[in-house]
Design a protein around this ligand. Structure first.
Ligand code: ATP
Ligand code: MG
Length: 303
């Protein structure tokens, strides 16, 4: 497990004004990391991922058995920051029946005709399950803040600050509602540098096996890098709460991002202090009777 003190530096303190430049994108470049050495960090990161993956499977089973909570994990990032890979690696050990991933793309006409939270509400995890949003209702204060013309019919052409503040407020109230109803909400911003994004785009262009991943639209959005960073800063500042905290995860090194997310998710679910349901005396009697019946059957031929 990673020390809580180390994790603390990635949490957005509720009410604080986020300046993304103050959050590292490559944690291996920090002083504390250099003391350890890059090779040690890489090895340790793989160990943490492995350890967390195993624990997460057992923890999810407990989540299902106790049937009191659900978990919602939200992933937001610039393109090529590694959302898909992180989700795949962190969740790879979990029983597929215990988790659901939803990827949100451009909304349909039907979705745009509803309130902006509608399409997400329909995909929330039920009790006992881990739900993952690969992009989420945060797109509705991010991409559309950069491109207000994509807001859809019936929305202002030039939304003012109040418009966005009301959306942040709606999101905070929504997450409060979720939390009060037993959903643990954790939000991850995979923080990648502009230079690393360029490297990853070039890799997609240079490697034939990665050509399918390249989208011209991603390059167009890269031109709006500063506007996106500003939109992220405003959204993270307004919506990081005790109940539903934001983590700014350094994402230039995939192994660092994956280990951090895996550790944070596992620890947070374990901190819920869930327990297997207590077996009632009546149920115990049924179990005992079943055992006696099976054991007496074992005297007969088992064909
Ligand atoms: P990948 O590229 O790794 O497959 P992705 O999440 O980038 O995954 P894409 O299909 O490339 O998937 O992009 C989805 C697009 O949909 C993004 O550009 C995103 O900003 C956009 N989008 C998501 N939600 C909304 C929304 N509410 N309003 C407008 N655009 C949205
Ligand atoms: Mg994309």
């Amino acid at each position: 497990m990673i020390k809580p003190k180390l994790i603390q530096q990635f949490v957005v303190e509720p009410g604080s004004a986020v300046n993304l430049k103050q959050y590292v994108t490559d944690w291996t470049e920090t002083e504390e990391a250099q003391e350890l050495g890059k090779d040690v960090i890489k090895e340790r990161a793989h160990e943490v991922l492995e350890e967390s993956r195993k624990q997460l499977d057992a923890t999810q089973e407990l989540l299902y058995a106790s049937d009191t909570h659900s978990v919602l994990l939200i992933f937001q990032a610039m393109d090529a920051a590694g959302k898909d890979g992180t989700i795949r690696h962190v969740m790879s050990g979990v029983n597929p029946q215990g988790c659901q991933v939803f990827s949100f793309k451009k909304p349909s006409a039907e979705e745009l005709d509803h309130n902006f939270l509608w399409r997400y509400m329909k995909s929330l995890p039920e009790r006992g399950r881990i739900g993952i949003f690969n992009r989420s209702y945060y797109e509705d204060v991010l991409v559309v803040k950069v491109h207000p013309e994509w807001l859809g019919p019936g929305q202002p052409a030039n939304p003012d600050d109040k418009f966005w503040e009301q959306r942040y407020e709606d999101i905070n109230n929504f997450e409060k509602h979720l939390s009060r109803n037993g959903t643990l909400v954790l939000k991850f911003f995979l923080h990648v540098s502009k230079g690393e994004q360029k490297r990853r785009f070039l890799e997609r262009l240079n490697n034939p096996e990665k050509h399918w991943k390249f989208s011209e639209a991603d390059l167009a959005e890269r031109e709006h890098w500063k506007d996106y960073q500003k939109a992220f800063e405003a959204a993270l500042s307004a919506t990081s709460t005790k109940r539903a905290p934001w983590y700014v995860i350094p994402a230039d090194r995939k192994y660092v991002a994956r280990a951090l997310v895996a550790d944070i998710v596992t620890t947070a679910i374990q901190d819920l202090g869930l327990e297997f349901p207590e077996v009632t005396p009546a149920k115990m009697a049924v179990l005992e009777a079943a055992r006696a019946r099976l054991e007496s059957n074992s005297n007969h031929a088992e064909t």
